[in-house]
Ligand binder design. Sequence first.
Ligand code: HEC
Ligand code: HEC
Length: 155
Amino acid sequence: MKNSLSRFLIASSLMLGSTLALADRIGMPGNMPKSFTAECASCHTAYAPGLLPTKSWQGVMNSLDKHYGTDASIDAKSLAEISAWLQVNAASSRKFAEAPPDNRITGSDWFARKHGEIKKDVWLRASVKSKSNCIACHQQANKGDFDDDSVKIPK
Ligand code: HEC
Ligand code: HEC
């Protein structure tokens, strides 16, 4: 695993150059509003703004009352605060620039590529439940860190 991974990384860095550095440490911008943790990380991972482009975040924030089968509406002040922060910090690298279907990070082509080796039954495990549950496997996902050092697929 380690060896094939490093060969892959070397090959990709030759192809992608500096964009590779952005691949695993997207990061969580330091000026994160408290409302983001309170309102957007209570049901799931605190998704780093850099995982989706501006257009997708607008789509998410403009339809919170119909949020993937649930109502995630918030007060006007939090809405404005979180939206502004997401806009400023939305994906800047070409890698994450694609606006995926349903504004889902998990609907992106890069997501499918990076997780292509994970078998269907793994996603269905009680400990994982959903592709959207990043933190089940990426222990530092709430910090926007997807480095392979902090990945552990739960049993
Ligand atoms: C009441 C619970 C709840 C709250 C609050 C909530 N969400 Fe969600 N969110 C969900 C559910 C449920 C899903 C779908 C998860 C799945 O398919 O497994 C989801 C999915 C998402 C996705 C797509 C994940 C993917 O599959 O790529 C994004 C992006 C997202 N939420 C952003 C936000 C943001 C931003 C906020 C705060 C404004 C927020 N959510 C607040 C319940 C919530
Ligand atoms: C079932 C476990 C699991 C879940 C859930 C999961 N991932 Fe992953 N992810 C992995 C594994 C395993 C890898 C490959 C790690 C490696 O490079 O060896 C990976 C790779 C990645 C990479 C590429 C890292 C790199 O080094 O290039 C990113 C970015 C990423 N995942 C983001 C996410 C996001 C965002 C979510 C949630 C929306 C998520 N993952 C959900 C297991 C998971």
